[in-house]
Design a protein around this ligand. Sequence first.
Ligand SMILES: [Zn+2]
Length: 343
Amino acid sequence: MTGSVRYSGGDNSILRFILYETWGPRCYWCHKPKEFNDIQIDHILSQDTGAKDYEELKTRYELPHNFDIDGPENLAPICNVCNGTRGKGKMNYGPRPVMLSQLEQARKLRPKVIERVLNFGNSNKVAEYLLKASQTDLKDPNARQAFEEHAPVIVQKLALLDETKADFISFKTVSLEFGEEHPFGIGVSLSGPSRTALAILEGVCGCTIKDALKSPIGELVDKTRQSARAEFEYIEGPVGPTTSGPPITLYLEVVVDSISYERRAQSLVFSFGGKFENEASASLVQQNPLEGHGLVDLQGDIQASGRFSFDVIWDFWRAPGDVDTGECLIDSWISNYVSTAKL
Ligand SMILES: [Zn+2]
């Protein structure tokens, strides 16, 4: 009965809830963390696609013959802002590599989404009540008061099962400036143990999060640029190798999502980890093999994502704030790239 789990146009709150939990508590389009009430269901490939365009999209995005435009393989949690006329709505589609990686993510999560929707509320009513509670509109002062009074009991109950389950992820943005460029916002998304590590770094070692991030993130930005640049060299046009112009970064999102610490001899070592997503494009030129036809102009797009890590070290005899930062390493790099004819 997996076909029964699909967008039906009616009340899809269970499906919306499960998509939000399975994809993670953020908008898949702008990547910002969002509250459940601010989330809607989005069709990655538009629901309004006509039959003829649909066949073309199937080829363009290498979709299987049984691809269901209303199925979880094409659904993702989007925020109200991005789903509005000023967000994704005004665009047709993003660059092909971005769309491919979004569809790939939906395809991977599909079995989990189906299983969780089918099992929702199977055993008793608790799941339904919790879904209702999570939809509370906290702008309503009475609802907010009730929530503040009674929700701690639920959190306490959860902690009795397993203390780590009662944790939450905090999110803030740290603004960094590099030379002449615009300030760059880094997401810092931390669980309880990571927040503790950060409190020690700030309170004991006297190093602010901004100071800890500045030089390693600067290195990360340079390294993603260099890696993107190297990949443009590999992009081929319809008739063979191309030469690329300087890449332009269209989008770079960096989120620090873990901090741990340990004592090594006379030092405290803080290990930072995080992920990035990068989109870049560049002009490509290709020699036309037909004699006398000059050059072919193309555009290259790349979309890459991966993880990075670095250490911040504070020796016990140092003054507060006097820390060393290790090299920022790119631990994984997955990319899609493509060339298209210039319009
Ligand atoms: Zn959004």
